[in-house]
Design a protein around this ligand. Structure first.
Ligand code: PAF
Length: 285
């Protein structure tokens, strides 16, 4: 595996592969890799000839109260894991390479509507930072395809919208959520859970799954389903930020006469030091 820290050499490497007719898949990450990330790399591997992964802790997606400096930086271990998965190249630029004019005057990309609801309402500015850095990474690397986890469903839809609206020539692929045997979605944030909290954490998955099953069975009292889910999470000791049924493709409020396969159930809840998010697409049940 080759490691690049500069845009020009990374781009030249990718272009040389593409000139040879090879399809380049890309997996953007903020490092601190776990099995969930490695599955994205394997997905990219299956659908591409070459795989590039990036490790970049993006300062513009952290809010003022979020700990950018404390975010785990584990480049050596990440690099080893990526190498073991057969990744062809790692792009690990310094902040000054990605934001050469500093962080105060960055040209940003705001995906209206989608960025301001659900997690966006609780983390103002977060998705603008995500859309901006992903657009920049796409321009820096110019891959053919990019793979994102569907666990971050709102992020995935925001990236899809950004790419469609800005005519970015990258195919965005959503990869299935990797879960522990008890259903908990794999996430770097799970490391913040104390052992007792780890036992409680799968309740989020179970609650969203239960709502999705009710929708599939024909239930359409959205407010009642959301309120019940919220109350159940509160009772097991979580502090829900939201439990929400939405239209899968737009994340707009649902309407009762839509087929169940058009719904996604999303939730976010705080548990101890962790903020857990998850979702269930009814079409997958
Ligand atoms: O999902 C993440 O890890 C980040 O939001 C991403 C897409 C790598 C952008 O920094």
């Amino acid at each position: 595996m080759e490691t690049y820290h500069q845009i020009e050499s990374m781009r030249a490497r990718v272009r040389a592969w593409q000139v040879e007719g090879e399809v380049v898949g890309f997996v953007p990450t903020m490092g601190n890799l776990h099995e969930g990330h490695l599955r994205l790399v394997r997905h990219a591997r299956r659908i591409s000839d070459r795989v590039v992964a990036s490790v970049f802790v993006n300062p513009t997606q952290f809010g003022p109260s979020e700990d950018f400096d404390g975010y785990p930086r584990t480049l050596e271990a990440d690099s080893e894991q990526l190498r073991a998965e057969g990744t062809d190249a790692l792009f690990a630029p310094p902040v000054s390479e990605v934001y050469p004019r500093g962080l105060d005057h960055v040209v940003t990309i705001h995906v209206p509507g989608l960025s301001d609801i659900l997690c966006g309402a609780h983390r103002p500015g977060h998705f603008t930072g995500v859309a901006t850095v992903v657009c920049k990474l796409f321009n820096m690397i110019a891959p053919d395809r990019a793979v994102f986890g569907r666990k971050d469903f709102q992020q995935y839809q925001i990236i899809r919208r950004m790419v469609a609206d800005l005519n970015v020539p990258v195919e965005v692929i959503g990869s299935e959520t990797a879960r522990a045997p008890d259903g908990l979605a794999l996430s770097s944030r799970n490391a913040y859970l104390e052992p007792a909290e780890r036992q409680i954490a799968p309740a989020l998955y179970r609650e969203l799954h239960c709502i999705a099953s009710s929708l599939k069975a024909g239930e359409r009292d959205f407010l009642q389903l959301e309120a019940q889910g919220w109350e159940h999470l509160r009772r097991v000791g979580m502090q829900p930020d939201y439990v929400s049924i939405r239209r899968r493709d737009t994340l707009e409020e649902p309407v009762p006469d839509l087929p169940a396969s058009q719904f996604v159930v999303l939730g976010a809840a705080r548990l101890g030091r962790a903020r857990l998010i998850d979702n269930i697409e009814v079409a997958d049940l």
